[in-house]
Design a protein around this ligand. Sequence first.
Ligand SMILES: Cc1cc2nc3c(=O)[nH]c(=O)nc-3n(C[C@H](O)[C@H](O)[C@H](O)COP(=O)(O)O)c2cc1C
Length: 340
Amino acid sequence: MDRPADAGDPWAVSADEFPDDASPETQFAFLVRYAVLAPSSHNTQPWRFSVDDGGVDVYADTERWLPVADADRRELFVSVGCALENLLVAAERFDFDHEVTYFPDGTSDHPDDDRFVHVARVVLAPDGSRSALRGGLFEALTERSTNHGPFYGEVSPTTRGALAEAVTDADIWARFVESAETKAALGDLVTRADRRQFENPSYRRELGEWIGNGALEPSWVKAKLGQLVVTHLDLGDRQAATDSVLVESAPVVVALGSDADTLSARVRVGQTFERLALFATTEGLSVHPMSQVLELADLREELVETLGVETGVVQHLFRLGYADPEPGRSSRRPLAAVVD
Ligand SMILES: Cc1cc2nc3c(=O)[nH]c(=O)nc-3n(C[C@H](O)[C@H](O)[C@H](O)COP(=O)(O)O)c2cc1C
């Protein structure tokens, strides 16, 4: 196989570069260039791909897991789900039929202490058709980014309806929170979670490591450092106001959850989130995941109560709205580091 070239800016990948006359393996490796543009917790990019002439194997790289922030490995598998979804969107664009088998080697998230967890086998075949679900999302793969600024505007019922339709798995659900009262309660939860995390030296150390290795984009770091400074100067009321503004001013806060807390559900929540994020991008909307509440077990319970969820678990929380663009793009690891 021709190894995928590290041709400069990963965001500059273009459909024109698709290797039409190359082997399936080389073509599938090209699709991985889109998979790696997916969002991930702390931009850890905790994925690995193995490509052959029949398709792509997708793995979670547990060396890139965040043991403090993500103690139960939920974000690890949600992040890999985002990359899997990008892979499927790209596969459809280049007319590959795809069939996904989740956790083909079993569903342990610590398999014999192996570094890599086999999350999915994606069998790819030519002459596939584009689905209504993913057909319009390809251009957004290179345009999507997380936005940390204030959100404004209103999300029309039509757009909200289209977003709801992208939630297709029977055991995965979305709550679209628009009521001022519930958003105020969510803002309060986020503020309390931020304070607790920044009081925890292990959390600060882990975050510092990922900032130090350059994974996080400047706007992310600025937002987090702003919280850190405020927390440590004990400007509690002002910080509460900042977080409340971010959450309360967002037209919609979306919670994604699953009936059961299985590894497959976490991966499929990641896929669902990424579809919503890509669709939002096509509509000129921005998204911003806010995981701090989900990272603290007791606050996650409170979140379930605040949302009035009767059964199931909340797996992902994000703001949705219109926002001013933020400069710069988040970095990506070289392809050679993630493809076998
Ligand atoms: C599972 C998951 C959890 C995330 N949690 C947060 C978060 O709590 N706060 C935040 O600012 N961004 C969060 N993000 C966004 C990532 O920081 C972002 O995707 C990453 O830095 C790459 O940037 P990009 O999305 O602009 O490509 C999360 C993303 C994922 C997939």
